[in-house]
Design a protein around this ligand. Structure first.
Ligand code: ATP
Ligand code: MG
Length: 283
């Protein structure tokens, strides 16, 4: 058993809200089959912020979709409060990387949408929507259409729309990928604050190392394809935490330590695409 798998299995014995146990997913059959997720195990405890980091193509979004109940053909278990999930779970809220606001609805109508589906009456819907708009720092923008907002503001609308229905577990797949570094750091502060205020159990999928260290209690480092758990690192930086932490020595040490692992995996990914390119130019 490797060090990583010992750590992952050991973590399963605590009081976990979300348990990922031996999850395996392959696309296709025969020689062209791709193993996207290879026996991945880790857990997330109540109120904990865990990030999954790994190079492009290592199976992060596949894992995200499995945990969110959007991909049901896989082996292993995803358990929420000790029950194996079958399809999307009501305790889970998801934020996707892609633009996902409704362009024909203004900010408050976007954020209140899940409450409309739940049949919540209008005045309560508006109250709750305003509360979360305020939390993500969009007070004053309620009546604007998404087209009048920046990319970072639209992403905050998506986050508020996910938070408004009070998910016990927040899943986010590269929610800040399209943002510039300053916006990313500041939005990270908002997320940290919300997560701490609501004691929100959070799983973030990212390929951004500084973002992962800034936000997380633990980081699951994945290998390049097939995506296995390479290592799980505890981030013992003080909380409450703000983006100022990025200038501390301890932060730099975590980044350097995890980068050594990530570089190895990213290099394998680069070598793989280089040999595929050569093979296709020969053929
Ligand atoms: N629906 C699918 N059909 C076939 N192969 C797929 C499918 N979805 C993903 N894959 C393959 O599985 C592997 C993992 O893809 P995935 O999207 O999970 O990676 P990722 O880590 O999220 O990458 P990125 O950082 O670029 O978003 C890739 O090789 C991809 O081509
Ligand atoms: Mg992805």
């Amino acid at each position: 058993m490797t060090l990583a798998s010992t750590a992952a299995t050991g973590a399963l014995s605590g009081q976990s809200q979300l348990v990922i146990e031996n999850v395996f997913k392959q696309f296709g059959e025969g020689p062209g089959a791709v193993t996207a997720v290879d026996h991945v195990s880790f857990d997330v405890k109540p109120g904990e912020f865990v990030s999954v980091i790994g190079p492009s193509g290592c199976g992060k979004s596949t894992l995200f979709n499995i945990i969110g109940g959007l991909l049901d053909e896989y082996s292993g278990n995803v358990m929420i409060e000790r029950e194996r999930i079958a399809g999307p779970h009501k305790a889970v809220g998801m934020v996707f990387q892609e633009e996902s606001t409704f362009p024909w609805r203004n900010v408050v109508e976007n954020v209140a949408f899940p409450l409309e589906l739940q049949g919540v009456n209008k005045s309560e819907r508006l109250d709750r929507a305003h509360h979360f708009i305020d939390l993500v720092g969009l007070k004053g923008f309620e009546k604007l259409m998404p087209s009048a907002l920046s990319g970072g503001m639209r992403q905050r609308v998506s986050i508020a729309r996910t938070l408004v229905s009070g998910p016990q577990i927040l899943l986010m797949d590269e929610p800040f990928a399209a943002l510039d570094e300053q916006t990313r750091l500041l939005l990270g502060d908002k997320i940290t604050q919300i997560q701490q205020d609501l004691n929100q159990t959070t799983l973030l999928i990212t390929h951004n190392l500084t973002e992962a260290v800034q936000l997380s209690d633990r980081i699951v480092v994945m290998t390049y394809r097939p995506g296995k758990v390479k290592r799980i690192v505890n981030i013992d930086l003080p909380r409450p935490r703000t983006s100022d932490v990025v200038s501390s020595d301890a932060f730099g040490h975590y980044v350097a330590e995890i980068w050594a692992d990530l570089r190895e995996e990213a290099s394998r990914g680069m070598a793989d695409s280089e040999s595929a390119r050569r093979a296709s130019s020969r053929g």
